[in-house]
Design a protein. Structure first.
Length: 338
């Protein structure tokens, strides 16, 4: 009896979403709104983000926080906790109550690369979280200062081989995707380019724009304004297909580097132990809120590609496969951080 009372209390405090597809009936909508109410009114759910405001992950999180209330009737706020490539935020989520009041829009690096690079992180990515589902991919683009004497990947590789050690590449920090993917590219090409790490994509791109650094492999969302203004030159994308916002930029994989990929993903997570029905209902609500032409257009406009999991089980399996894949990339790179 005591257990039943405790369970009932948790259910009353927990934000519960009713499952609803794109064709949800009016009755289901009413149920969603009702279940999102707590004893004192609508619940406030915190969405943790491991990066500063205005970066791509934050923009997507705020879009999610803006669209979910229409589906669930709840309230959502974004909590930015930058540091160590999202690892500090992941640690905070792992320590959060598993009652639906806290979730995280997690970046791939915090889940799949950081645990392999740092001597220790305050969480186990395979045990400490409940996967809800993917929301988006963040494609990367290799850019350079317009004065650089190359316009294609082939020309870049030839120049780098003829001028070993002359070129430099900025990254948004040691161990980030912009660092690891660039190291992978340099190893494939057999070229020597000096890595220059920064604290975030902004400072690094600023130095590339100023001509102090030669290259940068950064998200399309970050480089797009510079490309459009002519302050940076795009050499290739890290995607398998051309981006709709950059149709004239050829993927690096099509320029002699088949299999090369520089794309990171965003996934919604809960702390481990969160009620399975809540996870499933959140999955349905998230998909309903974001799979609209309006949201699709907005994401693509800022250089983000919408991507959704088929189920929560698929999302969980995806974490395992990505953890293994990026562990091998990190091992090959030799990057280890304190």
């Amino acid at each position: 009896m005591e257990t039943d009372k405790k369970h009932l209390g948790i259910r009353r405090r927990t934000l519960v979403f009713a499952a609803g597809g794109m064709g949800a009936a009016a009755g289901t909508q009413a149920q969603l709104a009702q279940l999102a109410q707590g004893p004192q009114g609508p619940h406030v759910v915190k969405i943790i983000v491991g990066f500063p405001a205005a970066q791509a992950t934050d923009v997507v999180a705020r879009l999610l926080a803006d669209k979910l209330p229409a589906v669930t009737g709840g309230n959502y706020i974004v909590d930015n906790r930058p540091g160590r490539g999202g690892s500090l935020a992941m640690g905070a989520l792992a320590r959060s109550p598993a009652d639906g009041s806290v979730m995280m829009l997690a970046h791939m690096s915090a889940v799949a690369t950081n645990p392999h690079m740092y001597k220790s992180v305050p969480y186990d990515p395979l045990k400490d979280f409940e996967a809800v589902g993917l929301l988006a991919d963040l494609p990367f683009v290799l850019v350079c200062h317009p004065s650089m004497p190359f316009n294609t990947i082939e020309q870049l590789v030839r120049y780098a081989k003829e001028n070993p050690g002359k070129l430099t590449n900025a990254s948004s920090g040691n161990g980030t995707v912009s660092h690891l993917a660039m190291e992978d590219f340099k190893a494939r090409a057999g070229i020597d380019i000096l890595h220059v790490p920064y604290k975030g994509s902004g400072p690094g791109l600023a130095d590339v724009v100023a001509g102090q650094v030669s290259l940068a492999l950064e998200t399309a969302a970050a480089v797009q304004p510079f490309i459009q203004s002519g302050r940076l030159k795009a050499l290739g994308t890290g995607t398998t297909k051309r981006l709709s916002t950059m149709p004239n930029v050829v993927p690096i994989a099509e320029q002699g580097f088949e299999g090369f990929s520089a794309v990171t993903w965003l996934m919604l997570l809960y702390p481990a132990g969160t009620d399975k029905h809540l996870v499933s209902n959140t999955f349905a609500a998230m998909n309903k809120a974001l799979q609209t032409p309006e949201v699709d257009a907005r994401m693509r406009q800022i250089g983000v590609i919408p991507r959704f999991s088929a189920s929560t089980a698929e999302a969980a399996a995806f974490i395992g496969s990505e953890y293994a894949h990026w562990g091998e990339v990190v091992r090959r790179s030799g990057v280890r951080l304190d």
